[in-house]
Design a protein around this ligand. Structure first.
Ligand code: ADP
Ligand code: F6P
Length: 473
């Protein structure tokens, strides 16, 4: 079996005990843990003139190779181009997009640094799987240095439609970089359509059946690979939580009230101000829910170095204070707002207890929280998922109540309907959703991508056909 080499900016290092928030780290830990392989990424540390030699260590079946970055390059790469330019662009937030050439150059320098450091660790028949928008140019940098083996890319966030994508000054270079992969995976068919439309209409590429693309001299494939969760582990954790100390404390604190839960990184794509406003609207327009429902929003702080994230944090603190100030009773606080990470077992207990799962992003590649909420439910008495139609998960989780996250009153109506929903309908909707969650797990996602990437090189016929031993340097 060929070795799997995973590359991502964020690495769930076994040395860190804290729970990780973020779909990518959670998903890759599951994927690599099963198959084993090399996980190459950023060490989380910076230092001027960093070495091209990563720190290497092994834990279980996974070898970790972690690279330290120059502080200015790291800023330009992560807070600058990745999260100040690509993130708002891919989430359709052009008003928040900033583009600075220095960030673009820093982004490319980090990709070059990664390629230089990774190349000596590679064997020709390795399967390289690069994750997310931090590393779109990595394949191009590896190819420049002579690596001809299989390289795949998975984009965990939405791919914007051509009219939005064209706002990016570096759009052509970025798609040229993508063409150096053999397989490009996106979350949904809509994302695939958006990229292929750009390629055929703007980049003058050709598209053949099965998503095979020709762009200049390169052939590659674009396809949808909706990501899943480790459903079995979530079901197990949720069942195990029944009767635990944490579950008991949670139940006691609710004193018989229904719980509505949201779990999101503190990110402007997650639609948190709208969700808070909709909960306030629910209490205002449906007073029967006052004192009978408690909302808990878990929102670990994310990307605090980016100004928009700091502004969002302040806005949410104000909104939470306003809702509690207006509706709290001496024995009931309507909104519990927590900015910290939790272990998966604790999250599973909270999801299972919650009568409502509130997942209302303005845009989201997939949203694993929606799937985790479904997996954690008690099949005999399941809660209801209120889900944004703009989350990738909405394609699969058709048993959810789908909402438009821009429609605050509509979301309040959906929360009301979910709170009043009879048991039969809750069960029916949950069964539809659970079949999807169990039918496409993180293991299925991983196997399918690796399987298709393994065969990709033979179908695509990119010259030269055979992989050579990589050149160093
Ligand atoms: P994103 O990748 O944008 O953060 P997802 O919903 O796809 O969004 O993935 C988020 C992941 O992070 C989920 O697996 C979720 O359980 C985890 N997570 C989110 N908040 C927390 C938290 N407070 N503590 C621990 N894990 C969290
Ligand atoms: O899923 C999208 C994503 O950007 C991942 O790439 C990332 O690991 C996660 O969200 C959390 O973001 P960050 O790594 O910036 O904390």
């Amino acid at each position: 079996m060929a070795r799997l080499v995973v590359v991502s900016n964020r690495v769930a290092s076994p040395k860190e005990r804290a729970a990780k928030a973020g779909g990518l780290a959670v998903a890759l830990r599951e994927a690599l843990g099963t198959r084993g392989g090399l996980w190459f990424g950023w060490s989380g540390e910076t230092q001027p003139n960093p070495s091209d030699t990563p720190k290497v260590f092994r834990s279980g079946r996974v070898t970790y190779a972690l690279l330290t970055l120059d502080p200015e390059d790291q800023r330009a790469h992560y807070a600058g181009y990745a999260n100040g330019t690509l993130w708002p662009l891919c989430h359709y937030r052009l008003g928040l997009l900033s583009f600075r050439r220095a960030d673009w150059e820093g982004y490319r320098r980090v990709n070059e640094h990664f390629a230089r450091a990774l190349l000596p660790l590679l064997q020709p028949d390795d399967i390289i799987w690069v994750h997310d928008y931090h590393f779109i140019p990595l394949a191009a940098e590896l190819r420049k240095r002579g690596f001809e083996g299989r390289i795949g890319y998975f984009h965990h966030i939405p791919w914007p439609t051509p009219d939005v994508f064209l706002s990016l000054p570096s759009h052509a270079a970025l798609v040229q970089d993508l063409s150096q992969y053999d397989l490009v995976g996106l979350q949904t068919e809509d994302d695939v359509r958006a990229l292929l439309t750009y390629i055929s209409s703007e980049a003058r590429g050709w598209i053949a059946p099965g998503g095979v693309v020709g762009l200049r001299e390169r052939r590659f494939r674009v396809a949808a690979f909706p990501i899943g969760i480790d459903a079995t582990a979530f079901v197990r954790d949720a069942k195990a939580s029944v009767g635990s100390d944490e579950e008991r404390r949670l139940h006691e604190s609710l004193a018989g009230r229904a719980l509505a839960v949201g779990v999101d990184r503190l990110d402007y794509s997650k639609g948190l101000p709208g969700k808070f406003a909709a909960f306030g609207e629910l209490l205002s327009r449906y007073p029967q829910h006052r004192s009978t429902v408690t909302m808990m929003q878990i929102a670990p702080v994310s990307r605090g170095e980016v100004a928009e994230y700091r502004a969002l944090r302040r806005e949410l603190e104000e909104l939470a204070g306003a809702i509690n100030g207006e509706y709290a009773e001496f024995d009931w606080v309507p909104l519990r707002y927590l900015n910290r990470p939790f272990q998966r077992a604790t999250l599973a207990a909270i999801y299972r207890t919650a009568r409502l799962g509130l997942v209302t992003p303005l845009r989201d590649g997939m949203n694993l929280v929606a799937k985790e909420y479904i997996a954690a439910q008690n099949p005999e008495d399941p809660g209801v998922l209120v889900l944004s139609r703009f989350a990738g998960a909405a394609d699969e989780l058709t048993g959810a109540i789908l909402v438009n996250p821009y429609d605050i009153e509509g979301m309040a109506d959906a929360m009301n309907a979910a709170l009043l929903m009879p048991l039969d309908e809750r069960r029916e909707r949950w069964q539809v959703n659970m079949a999807k969650v169990e039918g496409n797990t993180i293991h299925d996602w991983c196997e399918r991508f690796i399987h298709e990437l393994s065969g990709a090189i033979d179908h695509l016929d990119n010259p030269p056909k055979r992989a050579k031993r990589p050149r160093r340097g």
